[in-house]
Design a protein around this ligand. Structure first.
Ligand SMILES: [Zn+2]
Length: 195
């Protein structure tokens, strides 16, 4: 962490779950983080243009102390309109970005204790879209893909009953650019290189 005001957006990233808990342990710290992200130079009222710390209202609203205009903290972010705590969103972000092998909607639902699979699916897709680097290039040249599992349905067997041959570990060293249009390569562009 760079200073006492909390983790700096775009600079500080929790390396461990303990660090995540220390930085984003409460709704207030998560809200403060989003506020710093939206107004890095400090809150400025979009209505009257006056800078100054706003009053915190209920339902995620900030109120300008000069003109009284209420501004939603999450407007224009992927959290806009959410009824869930920001802390739960932050936990989802931590989980999605810290799992080496990616995360499924079902896995996210289980970890967060979300009531519906649809919510988990929506969250996951919002987060994946948000992780796309703007202006990124398409894959070209030689593309290296980490080891992955390639499976297929096996006749007469369902789910976990499938024989060991159904899932085989695939360890390519290099993949030609000609294959860059495959689903696997496309999904790889979802993720920042740090993942
Ligand atoms: Zn104002």
């Amino acid at each position: 962490m760079t200073d006492a005001s909390g983790p700096q957006p775009g600079i500080d990233y929790p390396r461990t779950f303990q660090e995540f808990e220390a930085w984003f342990g409460s709704e207030a710290t998560c809200r403060a983080y989003v506020q710093r992200l939206r107004w890095p130079e400090g809150f400025t009222c979009p209505a009257c243009g006056v800078a100054g710390e706003p009053t915190e209202m209920s339902r995620g609203l900030l109120r300008c102390r000069t003109c009284g205009r209420q501004v939603s903290l999450t407007a224009g972010t992927i959290f806009e309109g959410t009824r869930k705590p920001l802390r739960l969103w932050f936990l989802a972000m931590w989980f999605v970005t810290s799992q080496k092998n990616g995360v499924s909607a079902l896995g996210l639902q289980r970890v967060l204790g979300l009531g519906s699979y649809e919510t988990a699916w929506t969250w996951l897709h919002k987060l994946r879209r948000a992780m796309i680097r703007p202006g990124r290039d398409t894959l070209h040249g030689e593309v290296e893909v980490d080891e992955t599992y390639v499976g297929a349905p096996e006749e007469g067997k369902e789910g976990r009953k499938a024989g060991s041959k159904a899932i085989s570990q695939w360890r390519p060293k290099r993949m030609a650019a000609a294959s860059a249009g495959s689903d696997c390569a496309k999904s790889a562009t979802f993720w920042p290189t740090a993942c």
